[in-house]
Design a protein around this ligand. Structure first.
Ligand code: TYD
Length: 141
């Protein structure tokens, strides 16, 4: 479920590093980029899934645990390196925990912000998984 992407690093310890990624690693056209910052240690965010939205998330500074849930199992991914990113497809419930204050979470999203695309109730999420909402063979989403 966790699809981690290693981001190339250019540079050296005495001058710092430059990291980048582009369309080939991302796999979808980016329509929106946003980031979350100045959250205290221990902050928990997320607690939602998306109907259609795909996202690439990375933590250029700090240490954040991402909990991914596909309705049958859970997986934890620790984002504590600026050279590591995580792809989160549609239909994945996610929770994020700030392990260090001021960690920055960046998100590249496949679409504009649309509250209608959110599922914020875990019971509704499980119901949709059970109904096969994200089953590509029966649904075009
Ligand atoms: P949300 O996606 O729930 O982020 P998190 O899981 O980190 O809490 O968004 C938080 C709030 O911000 C929510 O009220 C929706 C709003 N929001 C926007 O107004 N524009 C955006 O682009 C995004 C992603 C969220």
């Amino acid at each position: 479920m966790a699809e981690q992407i290693s981001i190339p690093q250019i540079g050296a310890s005495d001058i710092g590093y430059l990291s980048f990624f582009q369309d080939i690693e991302i796999g979808f056209p980016i329509k929106r980029i946003y980031y979350t910052y100045e959250a205290p240690k221990g902050t928990k965010r997320g607690f939602h899934a998306h109907k259609k939205l795909q996202q690439l998330v990375w933590c250029p500074y700090g240490d954040i645990t991402i909990i991914l849930d596909n309705g049958t199992s859970r997986e934890n991914v620790r984002l504590d390196s600026p050279s590591s990113a995580l792809f989160i497809r549609q239909g994945i419930w996610r929770e994020m925990i700030w392990n260090r204050k001021n960690s920055v979470l960046c998100v590249a999203a496949s679409d504009h912000y649309d509250e209608e695309d959110y599922i914020r109730d875990y019971d509704v999420f499980i119901k949709l998984v059970d109904e096969g909402f994200w089953n590509y063979e029966r649904n075009t989403i």
